[in-house]
Structures are given as C-alpha cells and as structure tokens.
Design a binder for this molecule. Sequence first.
Ligand SMILES: [Zn+2]
Ligand SMILES: [Zn+2]
Length: 202
Amino acid sequence: MPRTWSKEQREAQSRRMKAPQVTIGPTEEQLIIAQHQGKIDVSQEDIFELASKREAGQEDSGSITHQRPGTVRLYKPTARGYSPRNVPVTNLPSLLANGWKSKCPDCGGDCGPDPNACPGREKMGFRVCPVPSCGKKIHDFQAEEAVEVDVDPNLIKDGAYIESTPATRTKAAMDIHILARHPQEARAAGLIDVRAPVVAGV
Ligand SMILES: [Zn+2]
Ligand SMILES: [Zn+2]
C-alpha cells in the first residue's frame, strides 16, 4: 500500500534532501598540534657536578630534573625556500598560522637541515668550515638568485668586478663566518675584517 505523506512530512523530507552533508574534521594544522601537544623534554643534571662541589669520595648525590616544552621540526618560509628549524611545541599554533610547514614543501618529506639532502631541490656547491670543532657547511644559495641584467650599451664591462662563481661566493660567506665565529683562526689565516673601522696610528 503506497504511503501517504502529509504536507509537513513532505516538507521535512525535502529539507533533509537539500541539507548539505558536511563533515567538519580537524585540519592538517590541528592534527599536527594535537600530535605534539604536551610533548615535554626531560633532562637530569647532577646538582653536585653542576655546582662543582663534589669532592672525591663524597657519598652525597642529588639531581635536578629539568622539564621544558619538547621541540618539533618545522619548515620556515624564507627568501631561499623553506628552511628547517627546531621550535618549541608551544609555538606550533602561531608558526603554522604564519605559513610554517610541518613537512618540506619541496619534497613533501622531512629532509632535514642539509639542503642537498632534499630530493626535491637542485643540489648546490658547499664549503665546510676548516675549524675542526665547527664543521659548519656553507651552501651556495646565491646560485638560485642570479638575475639577468639588461644589455645596455652604456654598461661598463672592463672586468673591474669579476663575475662571482660558486667558489668565490662560498669563500666570501665562509670568510665572514670565520671572522665572526673564530676570530683567532681568522687572525692566523690572515683574514682581515673589512667591516672593522680603520684606526689611525695603530
Ligand atoms: Zn625537502
Ligand atoms: Zn666554523
């Protein structure tokens, strides 16, 4: 027997059919925040070692437990593409809102701090800091930023300033690093800080 619908029932059914089916789920950002929330780094320090008070044979001991927000690796948008940084989890919501990414947008993975380790980027030349305890790598990022200059007949081209190469660019960047971080080695290597003021009579 066919079912007879009242006017109200038909209207109610019609409203149900038209109602959009929307599922509101967590966004990718919300998932990342939820995943890392409450992450805490714990480290312990021996208070006697800390205060250098421990004497040979002393039986006393004690320790301080440090608790701080855990860190997570995010990819920061920079003029040279996305660059990984370890940030406290408490900063996650604001950084994600400011365009930082939880994965490297170039490769879609977590390729880490070495730009040549990213499968989605072109490999670039680099130098390694000659100070053994440092070993900082300086990559030739500027290769990506080369700009074509308009050919103008008035442009003076006498070679007074040679065109930079990966070698000269990374050398210049490494010199700045050594001068700033390793002044003693810089002196030994005969590097002169061109930014330092010249003092007359010295
Ligand atoms: Zn990558
Ligand atoms: Zn160094």
